[in-house]
Design a protein around this ligand. Structure first.
Ligand code: GTQ
Length: 349
């Protein structure tokens, strides 16, 4: 509820003298600064793969990965057009890498996740180790790690990029460097990190120097298998079906310090109970089709679509077939700041 403040010629005259001193009255803006519940500019939105894929492919005819550095079509939230963001804090885009191409090595303080939407056999190299990527794989390029992408397969690869760009910008903590050569030298064989850190084992004496998981590819085959095994117990969460988060095996915390990543299984005909949380969340549909009712809007989705659920908007998902949904959000940041909230079920405002 808006607090009504008086408005008199004397006040107006007073206000007019304040800006030159770097001052402003709080009482005229208080109710919009501190809102009873989140008032996000983020809108529910969906990017249908059938519609955006042709445009992503067209970009591939107009500019090379090398020319573009990263050939990406940004998924811009309609509530924040022109701001290169899908939520207030997160950036998302669809990146295309064609057979034979290289996206040159660079590093930045922004953390990046890749979620593979289409294709098989292209690679990302992180600090000297390549990982070959397949559909449904979740791949990490940690803050300040050198990374280049390449495609030695004979088909295009498209993935969903998720980066904490707006968050890092807000904190004024952006750093970027290009590597002098196109690719960073390879120092370890492909698959080393997964064997070393991602197999329920850790080398004795291993000490991590960063908050990001040393595992940088979580293959979909393993993720899917995990959910499928769990399915047999029929222990469904009423709001999430079966939902697991990707973790850093060294700490048990989220795989990345600024972004939570999850994979969720909703079996055919499952309807989730109403749910809301303060972390606006980006979903990528890996398998299946269904609908999400987000606030008042109904989004019909199918494989490879991307959609976004804004902070504190009630959401219900309905699965028409067995659905596997990848999602990411800024939840780790909110939790560490003591800000994250959720509301299970339809009660409350
Ligand atoms: O692949 O490194 O979508 O630096 C935006 C910025 C991808 C990347 C993006 C980037 C990258």
């Amino acid at each position: 509820m808006a607090i009504s403040v008086p408005d008199t010629p004397e006040l107006q005259e007073f206000y007019s003298r304040l800006p030159s001193y770097g001052l402003a009255p709080l009482w005229t803006v208080l109710s919009s600064l501190i809102t009873p519940t989140p008032e996000t500019r983020c809108q529910p939105a969906i990017w249908k793969y059938d519609e955006v894929r042709p445009l992503v492919m067209e970009s591939g005819e107009l500019i090379t990965a090398k020319q573009a550095e990263r050939r990406v079509l940004i998924l811009e939230n309609p509530g924040m057009s022109g701001e290169s963001r899908i939520t207030e804090t997160l950036y998302a885009g669809l990146q295309l890498i064609l057979p034979g191409e290289i996206a040159p090595a660079h590093r930045h303080s922004q953390s990046a996740l890749r979620f593979i939407v289409e294709g098989s056999g292209a690679f990302t190299a992180v600090d000297g180790e390549k990982t070959i990527m397949e559909e449904g794989d979740f791949v990490i390029t940690p803050s300040w790690a050198w990374h280049d992408h390449g495609n030695e397969s004979d088909e295009p690869m498209i993935w969903l990029d998720g980066l904490d760009i707006p968050l890092v910008t807000m904190l004024d903590a952006s750093f970027f460097e290009k590597y002098p050569d196109e690719v960073f030298p390879q120092t370890r064989p492909a698959g080393d990190a997964l064997a070393r850190y991602g197999s329920g084992l850790l080398p004795v004496g291993f000490e991590s120097t960063t908050p990001t998981s040393p595992v940088f590819n979580y293959p979909y085959t393993r993720t899917r298998e995990s959910l499928n095994r769990m399915r047999a117990t029929e222990q469904w969460d009423e709001c999430h079906g079966l939902k697991s988060k990707y973790i850093n095996p060294v700490t048990g915390d989220y795989a990345m310090p600024t972004m939570a990543t999850n994979m969720q299984l909703l079996p055919a005909r499952f309807e989730t109970a109403e749910y809301r949380s303060t972390d606006s969340t980006v979903f990528s549909v890996v398998e299946g089709n269904g609908q999400s009712v987000i606030g008042g809007a109904t989004m019909e989705w199918s494989e490879r679509d991307t959609f976004v659920v804004p902070s504190w908007m009630p959401v219900r998902h309905v699965a028409d077939s067995d659905c596997y949904l990848f999602s990411f959000s800024d939840r780790p940041v909110q939790e560490k700041l003591g800000l994250w909230r959720e509301l299970r079920g339809g009660a409350g405002s």
